[in-house]
Design a protein around this ligand. Structure first.
Ligand code: G6P
Length: 601
Protein backbone atom coordinates (compact mmCIF):
# COMPACT_ATOMS: atom_id res chain seq x y z
CA UNK A 1 0.00 0.00 0.00
CA UNK A 2 2.40 2.80 1.07
CA UNK A 3 1.82 6.52 0.60
CA UNK A 4 3.70 8.74 -1.80
CA UNK A 5 3.93 12.53 -2.05
CA UNK A 6 5.87 15.03 -4.11
CA UNK A 7 6.12 18.80 -4.52
CA UNK A 8 7.50 21.19 -7.10
CA UNK A 9 6.86 24.92 -6.99
CA UNK A 10 7.90 28.46 -6.25
CA UNK A 11 7.82 27.86 -2.52
CA UNK A 12 11.09 26.55 -1.06
CA UNK A 13 9.45 24.84 1.96
CA UNK A 14 9.42 21.49 0.16
CA UNK A 15 10.63 19.56 3.22
CA UNK A 16 7.74 20.81 5.31
CA UNK A 17 5.23 20.00 2.52
CA UNK A 18 6.60 16.49 2.16
CA UNK A 19 6.50 15.66 5.87
CA UNK A 20 3.02 17.19 6.32
CA UNK A 21 1.74 15.25 3.33
CA UNK A 22 3.23 12.01 4.66
CA UNK A 23 1.64 12.62 8.06
CA UNK A 24 -1.81 12.48 6.52
CA UNK A 25 -0.91 9.35 4.53
CA UNK A 26 0.53 7.40 7.45
CA UNK A 27 -2.65 5.32 7.55
CA UNK A 28 -1.35 3.67 4.35
CA UNK A 29 1.71 2.26 6.10
CA UNK A 30 4.08 3.26 8.82
CA UNK A 31 7.07 0.96 9.10
CA UNK A 32 9.57 3.40 7.61
CA UNK A 33 9.59 6.71 5.79
CA UNK A 34 11.88 8.81 3.64
CA UNK A 35 12.26 11.89 1.47
CA UNK A 36 14.45 12.96 -1.44
CA UNK A 37 14.83 16.65 -2.26
CA UNK A 38 16.74 18.69 -4.78
CA UNK A 39 19.35 21.30 -3.89
CA UNK A 40 22.46 21.34 -6.09
CA UNK A 41 22.10 17.56 -5.89
CA UNK A 42 19.53 14.97 -4.78
CA UNK A 43 19.57 14.55 -0.97
CA UNK A 44 18.02 11.48 0.63
CA UNK A 45 16.88 11.03 4.22
CA UNK A 46 15.23 7.82 5.47
CA UNK A 47 14.33 6.35 8.83
CA UNK A 48 12.91 3.07 10.06
CA UNK A 49 9.69 3.17 12.10
CA UNK A 50 6.99 5.79 12.29
CA UNK A 51 7.21 9.12 10.54
CA UNK A 52 8.10 10.95 13.76
CA UNK A 53 11.55 9.30 13.57
CA UNK A 54 12.12 10.93 10.20
CA UNK A 55 10.51 14.21 11.23
CA UNK A 56 13.02 14.58 14.10
CA UNK A 57 15.95 14.36 11.69
CA UNK A 58 14.73 16.81 9.06
CA UNK A 59 16.54 20.15 8.90
CA UNK A 60 13.63 22.39 7.99
CA UNK A 61 15.99 25.29 7.33
CA UNK A 62 17.17 23.46 4.24
CA UNK A 63 15.51 25.12 1.24
CA UNK A 64 14.34 23.18 -1.79
CA UNK A 65 11.71 23.59 -4.51
CA UNK A 66 11.43 19.95 -5.52
CA UNK A 67 11.11 16.70 -3.59
CA UNK A 68 9.40 13.33 -3.14
CA UNK A 69 8.43 11.38 -0.02
CA UNK A 70 7.20 7.96 1.02
CA UNK A 71 5.67 6.18 3.98
CA UNK A 72 6.04 2.41 3.69
CA UNK A 73 4.12 -0.75 4.40
CA UNK A 74 6.65 -3.50 3.74
CA UNK A 75 5.96 -5.91 0.90
CA UNK A 76 9.42 -6.90 -0.39
CA UNK A 77 11.98 -6.91 2.36
CA UNK A 78 11.77 -6.21 6.07
CA UNK A 79 10.90 -2.79 7.49
CA UNK A 80 14.38 -1.24 7.62
CA UNK A 81 16.19 1.93 6.67
CA UNK A 82 17.81 0.17 3.71
CA UNK A 83 14.49 -0.92 2.34
CA UNK A 84 12.81 2.44 2.97
CA UNK A 85 12.11 4.67 -0.03
CA UNK A 86 13.18 6.82 -1.83
CA UNK A 87 15.62 4.58 -3.68
CA UNK A 88 18.37 6.04 -5.80
CA UNK A 89 20.17 4.42 -8.70
CA UNK A 90 22.42 6.44 -11.00
CA UNK A 91 20.69 9.75 -11.61
CA UNK A 92 17.19 8.67 -10.59
CA UNK A 93 15.44 8.85 -7.20
CA UNK A 94 12.12 7.11 -6.87
CA UNK A 95 9.19 6.61 -4.47
CA UNK A 96 6.78 3.81 -5.31
CA UNK A 97 3.46 2.43 -4.12
CA UNK A 98 2.57 -0.98 -5.55
CA UNK A 99 4.52 -4.07 -6.59
CA UNK A 100 6.77 -4.70 -9.59
CA UNK A 101 6.04 -8.40 -10.03
CA UNK A 102 8.82 -9.23 -12.50
CA UNK A 103 11.52 -7.57 -10.41
CA UNK A 104 13.59 -10.75 -9.91
CA UNK A 105 14.02 -11.24 -13.65
CA UNK A 106 14.81 -7.56 -14.16
CA UNK A 107 17.30 -7.66 -11.29
CA UNK A 108 19.41 -10.39 -12.92
CA UNK A 109 19.67 -8.43 -16.17
CA UNK A 110 20.48 -5.18 -14.37
CA UNK A 111 23.22 -6.88 -12.34
CA UNK A 112 24.78 -7.99 -15.65
CA UNK A 113 24.58 -4.33 -16.75
CA UNK A 114 26.67 -3.42 -13.70
CA UNK A 115 24.00 -2.18 -11.28
CA UNK A 116 24.50 -2.95 -7.58
CA UNK A 117 21.57 -3.25 -5.20
CA UNK A 118 21.51 -2.35 -1.54
CA UNK A 119 17.95 -3.25 -0.54
CA UNK A 120 15.60 -6.21 -0.87
CA UNK A 121 12.95 -4.14 -2.62
CA UNK A 122 11.35 -4.35 -6.03
CA UNK A 123 11.43 -0.54 -6.07
CA UNK A 124 15.20 -0.30 -6.20
CA UNK A 125 15.14 -2.52 -9.30
CA UNK A 126 12.54 -0.24 -10.90
CA UNK A 127 14.77 2.75 -10.11
CA UNK A 128 17.73 1.13 -11.82
CA UNK A 129 15.65 0.23 -14.88
CA UNK A 130 14.48 3.83 -15.24
CA UNK A 131 18.09 4.98 -14.91
CA UNK A 132 19.21 2.49 -17.53
CA UNK A 133 16.48 3.57 -19.95
CA UNK A 134 17.28 7.21 -19.29
CA UNK A 135 20.94 6.62 -20.16
CA UNK A 136 19.84 4.97 -23.41
CA UNK A 137 17.13 7.46 -24.41
CA UNK A 138 18.61 10.66 -22.90
CA UNK A 139 15.01 11.68 -22.27
CA UNK A 140 13.08 10.90 -19.09
CA UNK A 141 9.64 10.76 -20.68
CA UNK A 142 10.81 8.23 -23.28
CA UNK A 143 12.57 6.26 -20.53
CA UNK A 144 9.38 6.11 -18.43
CA UNK A 145 7.27 5.07 -21.39
CA UNK A 146 9.76 2.25 -22.18
CA UNK A 147 9.69 1.14 -18.53
CA UNK A 148 5.90 0.97 -18.60
CA UNK A 149 6.25 -1.69 -21.33
CA UNK A 150 8.57 -3.69 -19.12
CA UNK A 151 7.09 -3.32 -15.63
CA UNK A 152 4.59 -6.00 -14.65
CA UNK A 153 2.43 -5.29 -11.62
CA UNK A 154 1.12 -2.11 -10.11
CA UNK A 155 2.68 1.24 -9.41
CA UNK A 156 2.23 4.87 -8.58
CA UNK A 157 5.64 6.50 -8.78
CA UNK A 158 7.19 9.88 -8.09
CA UNK A 159 10.51 10.41 -9.83
CA UNK A 160 13.24 13.06 -9.79
CA UNK A 161 16.46 13.12 -11.80
CA UNK A 162 19.82 14.74 -11.06
CA UNK A 163 20.04 16.03 -14.65
CA UNK A 164 16.62 17.70 -14.50
CA UNK A 165 16.28 19.78 -11.31
CA UNK A 166 13.24 21.63 -12.71
CA UNK A 167 10.82 18.73 -13.13
CA UNK A 168 8.92 16.21 -11.06
CA UNK A 169 7.72 13.12 -12.96
CA UNK A 170 5.05 10.62 -12.02
CA UNK A 171 3.44 7.55 -13.53
CA UNK A 172 0.68 5.19 -12.59
CA UNK A 173 -0.80 1.79 -13.16
CA UNK A 174 -3.38 0.25 -10.80
CA UNK A 175 -2.23 2.21 -7.73
CA UNK A 176 -3.90 5.48 -6.72
CA UNK A 177 -2.32 8.80 -7.66
CA UNK A 178 -3.47 12.40 -7.92
CA UNK A 179 -1.73 15.58 -9.06
CA UNK A 180 -2.86 18.65 -7.11
CA UNK A 181 -2.47 22.30 -8.09
CA UNK A 182 -1.96 25.07 -5.54
CA UNK A 183 -1.28 28.78 -6.05
CA UNK A 184 2.47 28.29 -5.93
CA UNK A 185 3.07 24.85 -7.37
CA UNK A 186 2.03 21.23 -7.81
CA UNK A 187 1.79 18.22 -5.51
CA UNK A 188 1.55 14.53 -6.26
CA UNK A 189 -0.03 12.22 -3.69
CA UNK A 190 -1.55 8.79 -3.19
CA UNK A 191 -4.64 10.30 -1.63
CA UNK A 192 -6.40 13.62 -1.17
CA UNK A 193 -5.75 14.23 2.59
CA UNK A 194 -2.05 14.72 1.78
CA UNK A 195 -2.75 17.92 -0.13
CA UNK A 196 -5.79 19.36 1.65
CA UNK A 197 -3.76 21.69 3.81
CA UNK A 198 -2.60 23.50 0.66
CA UNK A 199 -5.28 23.03 -1.96
CA UNK A 200 -8.44 21.13 -2.82
CA UNK A 201 -7.88 21.23 -6.61
CA UNK A 202 -6.55 18.12 -8.23
CA UNK A 203 -6.31 16.04 -11.40
CA UNK A 204 -6.89 12.29 -11.49
CA UNK A 205 -4.21 10.42 -13.37
CA UNK A 206 -5.22 7.24 -15.17
CA UNK A 207 -3.42 3.98 -15.82
CA UNK A 208 -0.40 4.21 -18.12
CA UNK A 209 -0.30 8.00 -17.99
CA UNK A 210 2.84 9.96 -17.21
CA UNK A 211 2.98 13.39 -15.57
CA UNK A 212 5.74 15.92 -16.25
CA UNK A 213 5.49 18.81 -13.81
CA UNK A 214 7.45 22.05 -13.55
CA UNK A 215 6.91 24.77 -10.94
CA UNK A 216 4.23 26.43 -13.06
CA UNK A 217 3.12 23.86 -15.59
CA UNK A 218 1.75 20.34 -15.76
CA UNK A 219 1.60 18.13 -18.83
CA UNK A 220 0.06 14.67 -18.73
CA UNK A 221 1.00 12.21 -21.48
CA UNK A 222 -0.46 8.89 -22.51
CA UNK A 223 1.74 5.89 -23.06
CA UNK A 224 2.58 7.05 -26.62
CA UNK A 225 3.68 10.40 -25.17
CA UNK A 226 0.72 12.26 -26.68
CA UNK A 227 -0.60 15.02 -24.46
CA UNK A 228 -3.82 14.24 -22.55
CA UNK A 229 -6.18 17.01 -21.43
CA UNK A 230 -7.56 16.69 -17.89
CA UNK A 231 -10.30 18.38 -15.96
CA UNK A 232 -9.39 20.01 -12.67
CA UNK A 233 -11.43 18.39 -9.86
CA UNK A 234 -12.43 19.91 -6.54
CA UNK A 235 -12.46 17.96 -3.30
CA UNK A 236 -15.26 19.33 -1.17
CA UNK A 237 -14.28 18.13 2.31
CA UNK A 238 -12.16 20.45 4.43
CA UNK A 239 -9.05 19.50 6.32
CA UNK A 240 -10.95 19.74 9.60
CA UNK A 241 -12.87 16.71 8.41
CA UNK A 242 -9.65 14.80 8.04
CA UNK A 243 -8.36 15.78 11.49
CA UNK A 244 -9.10 14.43 14.96
CA UNK A 245 -11.42 17.23 15.98
CA UNK A 246 -10.55 17.11 19.67
CA UNK A 247 -10.82 13.33 20.04
CA UNK A 248 -7.83 11.39 21.35
CA UNK A 249 -7.94 9.00 18.44
CA UNK A 250 -9.33 8.95 14.93
CA UNK A 251 -11.12 5.72 15.78
CA UNK A 252 -13.03 7.40 18.60
CA UNK A 253 -13.81 10.40 16.41
CA UNK A 254 -15.06 8.10 13.68
CA UNK A 255 -17.18 6.05 16.09
CA UNK A 256 -18.78 9.29 17.24
CA UNK A 257 -19.40 10.44 13.68
CA UNK A 258 -21.59 7.44 12.98
CA UNK A 259 -24.93 9.09 13.83
CA UNK A 260 -24.24 11.83 11.23
CA UNK A 261 -22.84 9.42 8.67
CA UNK A 262 -25.92 7.22 8.92
CA UNK A 263 -28.21 10.22 8.68
CA UNK A 264 -26.39 11.33 5.49
CA UNK A 265 -26.55 7.81 4.08
CA UNK A 266 -30.21 7.22 4.82
CA UNK A 267 -31.83 10.63 4.31
CA UNK A 268 -31.45 10.81 0.51
CA UNK A 269 -32.89 7.29 0.14
CA UNK A 270 -36.14 7.45 2.09
CA UNK A 271 -39.21 9.08 0.59
CA UNK A 272 -41.26 10.76 3.27
CA UNK A 273 -44.69 9.23 3.70
CA UNK A 274 -44.23 6.74 0.83
CA UNK A 275 -43.88 2.98 0.95
CA UNK A 276 -40.83 2.99 -1.27
CA UNK A 277 -37.22 4.09 -1.42
CA UNK A 278 -35.90 6.78 -3.74
CA UNK A 279 -34.17 5.76 -6.94
CA UNK A 280 -30.76 6.17 -5.21
CA UNK A 281 -31.24 2.58 -4.05
CA UNK A 282 -31.28 0.28 -7.10
CA UNK A 283 -33.92 -2.42 -7.47
CA UNK A 284 -32.07 -5.73 -7.65
CA UNK A 285 -35.18 -7.92 -7.66
CA UNK A 286 -34.58 -9.02 -11.27
CA UNK A 287 -31.42 -10.92 -10.30
CA UNK A 288 -31.50 -14.67 -9.59
CA UNK A 289 -28.25 -14.79 -7.66
CA UNK A 290 -25.92 -12.29 -6.06
CA UNK A 291 -22.24 -12.59 -5.21
CA UNK A 292 -20.78 -10.13 -2.73
CA UNK A 293 -17.00 -9.75 -3.00
CA UNK A 294 -14.87 -7.88 -0.44
CA UNK A 295 -12.05 -8.08 2.12
CA UNK A 296 -11.81 -7.57 5.88
CA UNK A 297 -14.62 -5.64 7.49
CA UNK A 298 -16.17 -4.97 4.11
CA UNK A 299 -16.54 -8.76 3.80
CA UNK A 300 -18.34 -8.75 7.15
CA UNK A 301 -20.83 -6.15 5.92
CA UNK A 302 -21.40 -8.52 3.02
CA UNK A 303 -22.46 -11.18 5.53
CA UNK A 304 -25.00 -8.75 7.00
CA UNK A 305 -26.25 -8.05 3.46
CA UNK A 306 -26.53 -11.77 2.69
CA UNK A 307 -28.62 -12.47 5.80
CA UNK A 308 -31.08 -9.68 4.92
CA UNK A 309 -31.25 -10.18 1.15
CA UNK A 310 -31.80 -13.95 1.49
CA UNK A 311 -34.33 -13.70 4.32
CA UNK A 312 -36.43 -10.85 2.95
CA UNK A 313 -35.48 -10.50 -0.73
CA UNK A 314 -35.39 -14.27 -1.36
CA UNK A 315 -32.36 -14.12 -3.64
CA UNK A 316 -29.48 -16.52 -2.89
CA UNK A 317 -26.33 -14.63 -1.99
CA UNK A 318 -22.78 -15.91 -1.65
CA UNK A 319 -20.28 -13.72 0.15
CA UNK A 320 -16.75 -14.19 -1.12
CA UNK A 321 -13.31 -13.17 0.12
CA UNK A 322 -11.79 -11.27 -2.80
CA UNK A 323 -8.35 -12.92 -2.62
CA UNK A 324 -10.09 -16.31 -3.06
CA UNK A 325 -12.73 -15.30 -5.59
CA UNK A 326 -10.01 -13.81 -7.75
CA UNK A 327 -8.51 -17.22 -8.57
CA UNK A 328 -11.34 -19.68 -8.13
CA UNK A 329 -13.77 -21.06 -10.65
CA UNK A 330 -16.91 -18.97 -10.43
CA UNK A 331 -20.35 -19.89 -11.75
CA UNK A 332 -22.49 -17.13 -13.18
CA UNK A 333 -25.70 -17.01 -15.13
CA UNK A 334 -27.25 -14.20 -17.13
CA UNK A 335 -29.07 -13.04 -14.01
CA UNK A 336 -26.08 -12.86 -11.68
CA UNK A 337 -25.10 -9.59 -10.06
CA UNK A 338 -21.76 -9.13 -8.32
CA UNK A 339 -21.57 -6.50 -5.58
CA UNK A 340 -18.13 -5.15 -4.63
CA UNK A 341 -17.78 -3.51 -1.24
CA UNK A 342 -14.75 -1.40 -0.40
CA UNK A 343 -14.10 1.63 1.76
CA UNK A 344 -11.02 2.73 -0.18
CA UNK A 345 -12.17 1.55 -3.59
CA UNK A 346 -8.54 0.58 -4.21
CA UNK A 347 -8.14 -2.83 -2.53
CA UNK A 348 -6.08 -4.78 -5.05
CA UNK A 349 -7.88 -8.12 -4.70
CA UNK A 350 -11.34 -6.56 -4.86
CA UNK A 351 -10.35 -4.52 -7.92
CA UNK A 352 -8.93 -7.62 -9.64
CA UNK A 353 -12.23 -9.47 -8.98
CA UNK A 354 -14.19 -6.60 -10.52
CA UNK A 355 -12.07 -6.86 -13.66
CA UNK A 356 -12.56 -10.64 -13.75
CA UNK A 357 -16.33 -10.21 -13.50
CA UNK A 358 -16.41 -7.50 -16.16
CA UNK A 359 -14.51 -9.73 -18.57
CA UNK A 360 -17.39 -12.20 -18.28
CA UNK A 361 -19.92 -9.47 -19.07
CA UNK A 362 -21.60 -9.89 -15.67
CA UNK A 363 -23.36 -6.90 -14.04
CA UNK A 364 -21.41 -5.21 -11.27
CA UNK A 365 -22.42 -2.83 -8.50
CA UNK A 366 -19.89 -1.17 -6.18
CA UNK A 367 -20.47 0.18 -2.67
CA UNK A 368 -17.61 2.58 -2.03
CA UNK A 369 -16.54 5.41 0.23
CA UNK A 370 -13.67 7.12 -1.60
CA UNK A 371 -15.14 9.12 -4.47
CA UNK A 372 -13.42 8.61 -7.82
CA UNK A 373 -11.43 5.57 -6.63
CA UNK A 374 -10.59 2.80 -9.10
CA UNK A 375 -13.41 0.38 -8.17
CA UNK A 376 -15.91 3.26 -8.13
CA UNK A 377 -14.89 4.25 -11.65
CA UNK A 378 -14.74 0.78 -13.15
CA UNK A 379 -17.95 -0.79 -11.82
CA UNK A 380 -21.13 -0.66 -13.95
CA UNK A 381 -22.87 1.18 -11.15
CA UNK A 382 -21.51 2.72 -7.95
CA UNK A 383 -23.28 3.66 -4.74
CA UNK A 384 -21.33 5.92 -2.45
CA UNK A 385 -21.64 5.66 1.29
CA UNK A 386 -21.36 9.06 2.91
CA UNK A 387 -18.73 8.21 5.53
CA UNK A 388 -16.23 10.99 4.67
CA UNK A 389 -12.52 10.56 5.29
CA UNK A 390 -11.82 7.49 7.44
CA UNK A 391 -8.30 7.54 8.87
CA UNK A 392 -8.22 4.92 11.67
CA UNK A 393 -7.05 1.62 10.23
CA UNK A 394 -9.85 -0.22 12.06
CA UNK A 395 -12.97 0.80 10.19
CA UNK A 396 -16.12 1.78 12.09
CA UNK A 397 -18.15 4.42 10.29
CA UNK A 398 -17.47 3.03 6.80
CA UNK A 399 -18.44 -0.47 7.98
CA UNK A 400 -21.70 0.87 9.42
CA UNK A 401 -22.53 2.92 6.34
CA UNK A 402 -21.86 -0.08 4.08
CA UNK A 403 -24.14 -2.25 6.21
CA UNK A 404 -26.79 0.47 6.09
CA UNK A 405 -26.76 0.62 2.29
CA UNK A 406 -26.97 -3.17 2.07
CA UNK A 407 -29.88 -3.11 4.48
CA UNK A 408 -31.65 -0.55 2.27
CA UNK A 409 -30.91 -2.66 -0.80
CA UNK A 410 -32.44 -5.74 0.89
CA UNK A 411 -35.43 -3.68 1.97
CA UNK A 412 -35.93 -2.40 -1.56
CA UNK A 413 -35.92 -5.92 -3.00
CA UNK A 414 -38.39 -7.05 -0.34
CA UNK A 415 -40.71 -4.08 -1.02
CA UNK A 416 -40.56 -4.56 -4.79
CA UNK A 417 -41.26 -8.27 -4.46
CA UNK A 418 -44.13 -7.45 -2.09
CA UNK A 419 -42.71 -9.57 0.70
CA UNK A 420 -43.47 -7.05 3.45
CA UNK A 421 -46.81 -5.66 4.53
CA UNK A 422 -47.33 -1.90 4.55
CA UNK A 423 -47.51 -1.61 8.34
CA UNK A 424 -44.11 -3.21 8.69
CA UNK A 425 -42.62 -1.02 5.93
CA UNK A 426 -43.85 2.12 7.72
CA UNK A 427 -42.36 0.85 10.98
CA UNK A 428 -39.03 0.15 9.25
CA UNK A 429 -38.91 3.66 7.72
CA UNK A 430 -39.73 5.23 11.09
CA UNK A 431 -37.05 3.25 12.87
CA UNK A 432 -34.49 3.95 10.12
CA UNK A 433 -35.09 7.66 10.67
CA UNK A 434 -34.55 7.20 14.42
CA UNK A 435 -31.30 5.29 13.83
CA UNK A 436 -28.91 8.26 14.28
CA UNK A 437 -30.23 9.04 17.77
CA UNK A 438 -30.36 5.34 18.75
CA UNK A 439 -26.74 4.95 17.64
CA UNK A 440 -25.72 8.05 19.56
CA UNK A 441 -27.30 6.74 22.77
CA UNK A 442 -25.54 3.41 22.36
CA UNK A 443 -22.14 5.03 21.75
CA UNK A 444 -22.55 7.09 24.89
CA UNK A 445 -23.16 4.15 27.24
CA UNK A 446 -20.35 3.26 29.62
CA UNK A 447 -18.41 0.21 28.43
CA UNK A 448 -15.36 0.83 30.62
CA UNK A 449 -16.44 -1.66 33.30
CA UNK A 450 -16.63 -4.47 30.74
CA UNK A 451 -13.33 -3.40 29.15
CA UNK A 452 -11.61 -3.56 32.56
CA UNK A 453 -12.85 -7.13 33.04
CA UNK A 454 -11.43 -8.42 29.77
CA UNK A 455 -8.42 -6.34 28.82
CA UNK A 456 -5.87 -8.65 30.44
CA UNK A 457 -7.28 -11.83 28.87
CA UNK A 458 -5.41 -13.74 26.19
CA UNK A 459 -8.37 -15.27 24.37
CA UNK A 460 -11.91 -14.01 23.83
CA UNK A 461 -14.70 -15.75 21.96
CA UNK A 462 -17.61 -14.16 20.13
CA UNK A 463 -20.74 -16.14 19.30
CA UNK A 464 -24.07 -15.59 17.58
CA UNK A 465 -26.47 -17.19 15.12
CA UNK A 466 -27.77 -15.92 11.78
CA UNK A 467 -27.15 -12.22 11.36
CA UNK A 468 -25.77 -12.11 14.91
CA UNK A 469 -22.92 -14.35 13.76
CA UNK A 470 -22.01 -11.75 11.13
CA UNK A 471 -21.87 -9.15 13.90
CA UNK A 472 -19.80 -11.50 16.08
CA UNK A 473 -17.26 -11.81 13.25
CA UNK A 474 -16.83 -8.05 12.93
CA UNK A 475 -16.73 -7.63 16.74
CA UNK A 476 -13.92 -10.20 17.01
CA UNK A 477 -11.95 -8.59 14.17
CA UNK A 478 -12.32 -5.12 15.68
CA UNK A 479 -11.06 -6.25 19.08
CA UNK A 480 -8.20 -8.42 17.83
CA UNK A 481 -6.83 -5.94 15.28
CA UNK A 482 -6.40 -3.06 17.71
CA UNK A 483 -5.84 -4.81 21.08
CA UNK A 484 -3.79 -7.82 19.87
CA UNK A 485 -5.89 -10.13 22.05
CA UNK A 486 -6.61 -13.40 20.31
CA UNK A 487 -10.32 -13.26 19.39
CA UNK A 488 -12.35 -15.89 17.56
CA UNK A 489 -15.91 -15.79 16.39
CA UNK A 490 -18.16 -18.80 15.93
CA UNK A 491 -21.65 -19.68 14.86
CA UNK A 492 -22.98 -20.38 18.36
CA UNK A 493 -24.15 -23.90 17.50
CA UNK A 494 -20.76 -24.89 16.09
CA UNK A 495 -18.73 -24.31 19.23
CA UNK A 496 -19.46 -27.74 20.66
CA UNK A 497 -17.87 -29.41 17.62
CA UNK A 498 -14.37 -28.74 18.86
CA UNK A 499 -13.71 -25.22 19.99
CA UNK A 500 -15.60 -25.53 23.26
CA UNK A 501 -12.55 -27.43 24.52
CA UNK A 502 -10.80 -24.04 24.66
CA UNK A 503 -13.29 -22.64 27.15
CA UNK A 504 -11.96 -22.73 30.69
CA UNK A 505 -12.67 -20.89 33.91
CA UNK A 506 -13.12 -17.16 33.26
CA UNK A 507 -12.64 -17.29 29.46
CA UNK A 508 -14.68 -14.33 28.18
CA UNK A 509 -17.43 -15.17 25.70
CA UNK A 510 -19.26 -12.26 24.09
CA UNK A 511 -22.66 -13.47 22.88
CA UNK A 512 -25.01 -11.54 20.61
CA UNK A 513 -28.72 -12.32 20.73
CA UNK A 514 -31.08 -10.17 18.68
CA UNK A 515 -32.86 -12.58 16.36
CA UNK A 516 -36.14 -13.68 17.92
CA UNK A 517 -36.37 -16.90 15.89
CA UNK A 518 -32.93 -18.05 17.00
CA UNK A 519 -32.72 -16.57 20.50
CA UNK A 520 -33.64 -19.71 22.47
CA UNK A 521 -31.09 -21.74 20.49
CA UNK A 522 -28.29 -19.23 21.08
CA UNK A 523 -29.19 -18.99 24.76
CA UNK A 524 -28.83 -22.79 25.05
CA UNK A 525 -25.34 -22.47 23.54
CA UNK A 526 -24.51 -19.67 25.98
CA UNK A 527 -25.54 -21.94 28.85
CA UNK A 528 -23.17 -24.62 27.48
CA UNK A 529 -20.17 -22.28 27.75
CA UNK A 530 -21.33 -20.85 31.07
CA UNK A 531 -21.46 -24.39 32.47
CA UNK A 532 -17.78 -24.73 31.53
CA UNK A 533 -16.71 -21.63 33.44
CA UNK A 534 -16.95 -18.92 30.76
CA UNK A 535 -17.59 -15.33 31.77
CA UNK A 536 -20.43 -14.35 29.47
CA UNK A 537 -20.98 -10.82 28.22
CA UNK A 538 -24.39 -10.74 26.66
CA UNK A 539 -25.52 -8.24 24.05
CA UNK A 540 -29.26 -8.67 23.76
CA UNK A 541 -32.12 -6.74 22.20
CA UNK A 542 -34.69 -5.31 24.60
CA UNK A 543 -37.57 -7.55 23.45
CA UNK A 544 -35.59 -10.69 24.33
CA UNK A 545 -34.17 -9.40 27.57
CA UNK A 546 -35.07 -11.29 30.77
CA UNK A 547 -33.30 -11.54 34.08
CA UNK A 548 -31.45 -14.81 34.30
CA UNK A 549 -28.21 -16.40 35.49
CA UNK A 550 -26.60 -17.42 32.18
CA UNK A 551 -24.57 -14.20 31.78
CA UNK A 552 -22.17 -12.13 33.87
CA UNK A 553 -22.54 -8.77 32.16
CA UNK A 554 -25.35 -7.56 29.98
CA UNK A 555 -25.74 -4.80 27.42
CA UNK A 556 -29.33 -4.25 26.36
CA UNK A 557 -29.80 -2.62 22.98
CA UNK A 558 -33.06 -1.19 21.60
CA UNK A 559 -35.15 -3.70 19.77
CA UNK A 560 -36.03 -2.60 16.25
CA UNK A 561 -36.98 -4.26 12.95
CA UNK A 562 -34.54 -6.82 11.45
CA UNK A 563 -33.24 -4.36 8.82
CA UNK A 564 -32.15 -1.86 11.46
CA UNK A 565 -31.12 -4.24 14.25
CA UNK A 566 -27.62 -5.20 12.94
CA UNK A 567 -26.80 -1.50 12.62
CA UNK A 568 -27.22 -1.18 16.39
CA UNK A 569 -25.74 -4.49 17.59
CA UNK A 570 -22.24 -3.65 16.33
CA UNK A 571 -21.94 -0.34 18.22
CA UNK A 572 -21.14 -1.72 21.72
CA UNK A 573 -18.54 -4.05 20.17
CA UNK A 574 -16.76 -1.14 18.47
CA UNK A 575 -16.60 0.89 21.68
CA UNK A 576 -15.52 -2.13 23.78
CA UNK A 577 -12.69 -2.77 21.28
CA UNK A 578 -11.60 0.85 21.59
CA UNK A 579 -11.71 0.85 25.41
CA UNK A 580 -9.81 -2.43 25.69
CA UNK A 581 -7.07 -1.24 23.31
CA UNK A 582 -6.83 2.00 25.31
CA UNK A 583 -6.35 0.08 28.59
CA UNK A 584 -3.66 -2.04 26.93
CA UNK A 585 -1.83 1.07 25.72
CA UNK A 586 -2.01 0.05 22.08
CA UNK A 587 -1.47 2.33 19.11
CA UNK A 588 -5.18 2.41 18.33
CA UNK A 589 -5.20 4.25 15.02
CA UNK A 590 -2.18 2.44 13.63
CA UNK A 591 -2.17 -1.17 14.78
CA UNK A 592 1.01 -3.08 14.08
CA UNK A 593 1.46 -4.80 10.70
CA UNK A 594 -1.73 -3.32 9.24
CA UNK A 595 -2.59 -0.62 6.75
CA UNK A 596 -5.78 1.13 5.81
CA UNK A 597 -5.65 0.76 2.10
CA UNK A 598 -4.36 -2.58 0.87
CA UNK A 599 -3.27 -2.05 -2.71
CA UNK A 600 -1.14 -5.20 -2.91
CA UNK A 601 -2.24 -8.79 -3.34
C1 G6P B 1 -7.79 -3.37 5.36
C2 G6P B 1 -8.44 -2.49 6.42
C3 G6P B 1 -9.83 -3.01 6.76
C4 G6P B 1 -10.68 -3.12 5.51
C5 G6P B 1 -9.99 -3.97 4.44
C6 G6P B 1 -10.69 -3.83 3.10
O1 G6P B 1 -7.48 -4.62 5.88
O2 G6P B 1 -7.63 -2.46 7.58
O3 G6P B 1 -10.46 -2.15 7.68
O4 G6P B 1 -11.91 -3.69 5.84
O5 G6P B 1 -8.64 -3.52 4.23
O6 G6P B 1 -10.50 -2.52 2.65
P1 G6P B 1 -11.53 -1.76 1.72
O7 G6P B 1 -10.90 -0.41 1.50
O8 G6P B 1 -11.62 -2.56 0.46
O9 G6P B 1 -12.83 -1.68 2.44
Amino acid sequence: MCGIVGYIGKNDNTLEFLINGLKSLEYRGYDSAGIAYMTDKINILKKQGKLENLDKCVNYKQKSNLGIGHTRWATHGAPSENNAHPHMQGKIALVHNGIIENYEKLKQKLIKDGYKFYSETDTEIATALIDKMYNQEKDILKALSKCQDIFEGSYAMGIICTDDPNHLYCLKKDSPLIIAKSTDGYFIASDVPAILKYTNKYYLIENNEIGKISKDNLTIYNHDLKEVKKELQTFDLDLENAMKNGYDHFMLKEINEQPFVIEDTIAPCIKDGKQSLRKEIPDLSKYEQIHIVACGSAYHTGLVGKALIEEFGEIPVSVEIASEYRYKKVFYNAKTLVIFISQSGETADTLACLRKVKEQGIDSLAIINVVGSSIAREADKTLYIKAGCEIAVATTKAYLAQSTLLSLIALNIAINKKKLDNVLVSKIFDEMKKLPSLIKDLINQDYKKIAKKIYKKEHIFFIGRGIDEAIAKEGALKLKEISYIHCESYAAGELKHGSISLIEKDTPVIAIVTDEKLASKTISNIKEVKARGAKVILIISENLNTESDYYDEKIVIPSVNPFTQPLLSIIPLQVIAYEVALLRGCDIDKPRNLAKSVTVE
